[in-house]
Design a protein around this ligand. Structure first.
Ligand code: AHR
Length: 546
């Protein structure tokens, strides 16, 4: 039995609390039945219980609202990588695909439906070899470059600063621009910020005006380098901390633009990186990033197929996704030592599942399919971020379109929404809502010697007082019955939606775009103390409680 937020309570207790909820007559019948069953052979009992729903107990502390869940936790990352920008976002003004100033509109409409709060660009590894002045001015005059990290293809720089900020305006989202520390100069970074945000009669602001944009943009989020421990320059934390201090000094606040400065943070469990950044940079940064990818096999050479896998891989992948909980807690505990008031945000600006590329596609383009398993990974991770809303202030799934755990896939003029897209859509209810603490006692989901919690949850209350609960049943074989006690609220009406599919490998294709999509969920009952719900096997459920 697994639980969160309270001491371990074992299976019999969960059954006991369920037992307490039912009538005395029913209790007598159940006792009789139980004695008869005990008298029968053990094999029968094991077989019978495997076919039943697992019993689980949830307490939602509606009486103890906590931090606001920053909507930026539901952010995206778009890099000049494969077909994320070119084709996925930018088709050019002359394209037959419907576009506004070169930006495709089917994708804009789909991302707007997710209430996309923030978009990170231009990388990733690409950011540390990107020279922004190559991406402004008349497109036909922009110099090309080689995208050395991603397939060695020639980048024509047709999508640059103006196009990106236009995209953000079309999406009505915050831009998050990542600057070049690895191969760029301090002056180059300083001028970029001036170009985008200054309203003065100054050289860079005037260059922007010459290029057709009079008004400065608001660019609140600025990253000082990406993965400086790796593709961003292979630096030690001490060296990067000094570089950060130097570059950041010249990232200025022009007019009323106040930059939220994001320093490059750790690669997964590199806790020393966080220690050094907190000690040597401290409050010179507003946010510290964290990158963690779920690799189904832990073998970079063969990460496994996105759509062909067995239950062992399903279990292992979800176990690895759950490691985000440990990472956020441990990095958070280090940050707490010198920042107990949690002024510095944890910015998980790259996360998601990383599979082998789809057969026959360019290995440098990181194009992968997206199945129900990806949806569970997304939902688990977003629940974890919600649970740590006091520290996690932004997260950006990698990546938005056609790359890694994308929410959208395109094939020229065709577009499909992945199961991960549907999770983001179902979770929009948590944007800027107040986190409600939860205590969960969940039956374990076992596989060989390994076990993980069978359920995963977060809950929040929105500004209208409505409570939303997002629950995942990780077990692909067994439904889960959850008895939920609501403390400090009454469940008068309940509405639900569910995302599931007949198989663990189910995914959407251009031929069948609706194989995995949300449906109405009605397997619940309200009670005096809360409600019960029976979650289908391998599912994500969102409940609205009023
Ligand atoms: O998202 C793909 C790559 O993964 C990014 O460019 C890099 O930052 C990370 O290693």
């Amino acid at each position: 039995m697994f639980q969160t937020s309270s001491p371990t309570i074992h299976n019999p207790l969960a059954l006991k609390s369920y037992f307490n909820l039912i009538s005395p007559m029913k209790k007598t019948r159940i006792c009789l039945l139980a004695s008869c069953l005990t008298a029968l052979c053990g094999a029968f009992i094991i077989h019978a219980s495997a076919a039943d729903a697992t019993a689980n107990k949830l307490v939602i502390r509606a009486d103890q609202p906590k931090a606001t869940i920053d909507r930026n936790i539901y952010g995206f990352f778009s890099e000049h990588l494969g077909r994320c920008i070119y084709e996925g976002t930018w088709v050019g003004e002359d394209s037959t695909i419907s576009n506004v100033r070169g930006i495709r509109q089917d994708v804009v409409a789909a991302l707007k439906k997710l209430k996309t709060p923030v978009l990170r660009w231009p990388g990733g590894c690409f950011a540390d070899e990107y020279h922004w002045k190559d991406g402004i001015g008349p497109r036909e005059k922009r110099p090309a470059m080689i995208n050395t990290h991603w397939g060695g293809v020639v980048e024509n720089n047709h999508f640059g600063t103006h196009e990106f900020l236009d995209l953000c305006e079309q999406l009505e989202c915050e831009p998050y621009v990542c600057g070049n520390v690895g191969s760029g100069s301090v002056q180059e970074m300083m001028e970029w910020v001036e170009y985008m945000t200054s309203d003065a009669n100054s050289p860079m602001a005037n260059l922007r005006r010459q290029n057709g944009r009079d008004k400065p943009w608001k660019v609140r989020y600025f990253g000082v380098g990406n993965e400086s421990w790796g593709c961003g320059g292979n630096m030690t934390p001490e060296y990067y901390a000094d570089q950060y201090r130097r570059y950041n000094t010249f990232v200025k606040n022009y007019a009323d633009n106040r930059v939220y400065r994001i320093a490059c943070g750790a690669n997964a469990g590199d806790y020393k990186w966080t220690e050094v950044m907190m000690a040597n940079v401290g409050n010179r940064m507003n946010g510290l990033s964290l990158h963690y990818y779920t690799i189904p096999t832990s073998n970079w050479g063969d990460k496994g197929s996105a759509t062909q896998f067995d239950e062992g891989m399903w279990h292992g992948t979800l176990r690895r996704a759950l490691e985000m909980q440990t990472l956020v807690s441990k990095h958070g505990a280090i940050m707490d030592k010198t920042d107990p008031q949690k002024r510095i945000g944890m910015i998980v600006d790259e996360w998601g599942i990383w599979h082998n590329v789809e057969p026959g596609t360019n290995p440098g383009f990181l194009y992968q399919q997206n199945s129900l398993r990806d949806a569970l990974v997304a939902a688990i991770t977003l629940n974890i971020f919600n649970q740590h809303a006091d520290r996690v202030k932004m997260a950006n799934i990698a990546q938005t379109i056609n790359v890694l755990q994308a929410v959208i896939l395109t094939d020229k003029e065709k577009m499909l929404l992945t199961p991960t897209y549907h999770v983001f859509e179902m979770f929009t209810v948590h944007h800027d809502a107040k986190l409600l603490p939860t205590e969960l006692e969940a039956t374990a989901y076992r596989m060989n010697q390994d076990q993980i919690p069978g359920l995963n949850v977060s809950a929040s209350r929105d500004k209208d007082g409505k409570i939303h609960v997002t629950l995942c049943n990780l077990n692909p074989n067994t439904p889960a019955e959850v008895t939920c006690e609501l403390k400090g609220a009454k469940a008068q009406t309940l509405k639900g939606r569910v995302l599931t599919a007949p198989t663990i490998t189910a995914h959407n294709t251009f031929a069948q775009g609706d194989a995995v999509q949300p449906a109405e969920f009605t397997a619940f009952k309200t009670m005096e103390s809360g409600f019960t719900a029976t979650l289908p096997a391998k599912s994500v459920v969102v409940l609205a409680v009023e």
